[in-house]
Ligand binder design. Structure first.
Ligand code: SIN
Length: 534
């Protein structure tokens, strides 16, 4: 977990202040870097990692057949970063054909050979970590320290799956028929279509490609229109690592996203789709996959409950809530969305939590000391604002923040703390995906677990307690795929990541992650007999 703890360095350093100011205070903002950022573009040590106007298909850098491109903007400044190919149906079919023809050879490589390729790719990511982090901050906005943490997190998926690749085992099964012998082998499922989100421009790419390649699959990965440059830099490193042509194909699109999604989900060559994104899009892709019965992994939206019982270590719970709620400015699927605090410690928790949030330094992610960057676009800012106004209208109190930050940039919103939350507010039932923490009071264990589970999604859930029996009980009753007990940070390549209910299915990372890219083939060998021939 060291790499993730490093990611959160900026927030964990913030001291708890002992007093509670009841008025809304402004968040510290830096304007100095805003001025600098308006004149300077970030520099890469290795400029050849910055791939403009090209996608990676069949081991080559290609443009869209139409010649069309789309613009990618820095969410902190609004300035143009560069343009990327607007792939369409035919471009995507070419990438699928490349992956199909590469599959024949790649599936025959031994686990050890695939392991060495992934390991080399991992090494190159580590060597180029600074440049990858620069690209992440530039196109996603997260602070550079967090971006560096993400690169480590991302590279570790390659390391993890390079270690899994040579250890793919089947079973021998005692047959019900004496003359037969039965065994299984794990085979790669085939060509995989991967669709990744903008909130982790590196880690969601490696979390899918790592296990796919370890299993012997080839991939077409559609990177998000908001953050394509990081995945294209990772593709350049694949090339340098010697990944055979056609095994990894990275394509980009903005306007054509629904059409490309349809091609990937309906194309008979693609045997598996892995998608990270919203629940409505996940449902659509699942429907589209039905016609060709593809294997599917869906990592969809969450509405994570974060519960603080009155027997908890309050300072630990505050630190955990800061980590869980404000990581990537609240833009992760596992961010705490509803913070429930037992009534006896509600005021103490609220005071300490708000004091920490007041210490945040919001600004351009490249500026030293920035703890929180912009949101990805103005639609995200508007949704966050709508959640705050709705809560306020229904009786919540804005203790910290609560406003847009137009002087800093169009995509900035003040980290916000709301008290007096009630379950009729939009934030109780919808994922905010932004830097707003709403604190809900509760009285009993049974009551809070019931409310926590009263949503159609179930990705992550967290709670803080020092009572061991309660820890077992509550962990068993929460309807989620992942539980954090006395921690706000659960993401780790070694741990299975995924949800239940409308948060999707399938697990990424861990020993289970590779199974999502395999099929189990059973072989029955008959007529063997049981006795030696005389
Ligand atoms: C996500 O937001 O989808 C991923 C978060 C993580 O890996 O921690």
């Amino acid at each position: 977990m060291a790499y993730l703890q490093k990611t959160l360095l900026s927030t964990s350093r913030i001291a708890i202040r002992s007093h509670f100011q009841r008025r809304t205070l402004p968040i510290i903002v830096s304007h100095r870097f805003q001025r600098l950022a308006s004149t300077m573009a970030p520099q890469l040590k290795d400029a050849s990692l910055f791939k403009k106007d090209v996608c990676y298909v069949n081991g080559e850098w290609v443009k869209a057949a139409s010649g069309k491109t789309f613009e990618v903007h820095d969410p902190a400044t609004g300035k143009l970063i560069g343009t990327c190919p607007e792939f369409d149906v035919k471009d995507t079919e070419n990438a699928i054909a490349a992956a199909e023809s590469a599959f024949e050879d790649f599936r025959k490589k031994t686990g050890r050979q695939r392991s060495k390729l992934l390991r080399k790719w991992y090494d190159l990511m580590v060597e180029n970590a600074e440049d990858l982090a620069t690209l992440i901050t530039w196109e996603n906005g997260k602070p550079l320290a967090d971006a560096k943490g993400e690169v480590t997190y991302a590279a570790n998926f390659f390391e993890w799956f390079s270690e899994e690749a040579p250890r793919i085992y089947g079973d021998t099964i005692p047959s019900s028929t004496p003359e037969n012998r039965v065994w299984t082998v794990k085979e790669p499922v085939g060509v995989c279509g991967l669709i990744t989100p903008w909130n982790f421009p590196a880690a969601m790419v490696t979390r899918k490609i790592g296990p796919a390649l370890a299993a012997g699959c080839t991939v077409v990965c559609k990177s998000p229109g908001e953050t394509p440059f990081t995945s294209l830099a990772i593709a350049e490193l694949a090339h340098r690592a010697g990944i055979p042509k056609g095994v990894v194909n990275i394509i980009t699109t903005m306007e054509n996203t629904p059409r490309i999604g349809e091609v990937m989900t309906t194309h008979p060559t693609i045997r598996k789709i892995s998608f990270t994104g919203s629940t409505p899009v996940g449902k659509l892709l699942m429907k589209q996959c039905a016609a060709t019965i593809k294997k599917l992994s869906l990592e969809l939206g969450g509405n994570a409950p974060f519960i603080v019982f009155d027997d908890a270590d309050v300072d630990l719970a505050v630190a955990g809530a800061i980590t869980s709620k404000f990581r990537s400015s609240g833009q992760t699927c596992v961010c705490a969305n509803r913070i429930f605090v037992q009534r006896a410690i509600y005021d103490e928790f609220a005071e300490k939590f708000a004091a920490k949030v007041r210490e945040f330094k919001v600004g351009n992610g490249f500026e030293q000391g920035t703890t929180h960057g912009p949101l990805i676009h103005d639609r995200a800012v508007n949704k966050v604002e709508q959640h705050v106004r709705d809560a306020e209208k229904k009786g919540a109190k804005v203790v910290v923040g609560g406003q847009k930050m137009p002087d800093t940039g169009a995509n900035f919103f003040q980290p916000t703390v709301l008290t007096g939350m009630t379950t009729d507010m939009d934030m109780a039932s919808e994922e905010t995906f932004g830097p707003v923490a709403g604190l809900f009071p509760f009285d009993t264990e049974a009551e809070v677990v019931k409310i926590a589970n009263s949503t159609p999604v179930g990705l992550a859930g967290y709670f803080f307690t020092r009572d061991l029996s309660r820890a077992y009980r509550v962990a068993e009753h929460l309807e989620v795929g992942m539980v954090g007990v006395n921690t706000g940070l659960i993401s780790d390549p070694a741990s299975p990541f995924g949800g239940v209910k409308e948060s999707g299915f399938g697990r990424e990372g861990s020993l289970y992650g590779i199974g999502e890219y395999q099929v189990t083939k059973m072989v029955t060998y008959g007529g063997i007999g049981q006795h030696l021939q005389k």
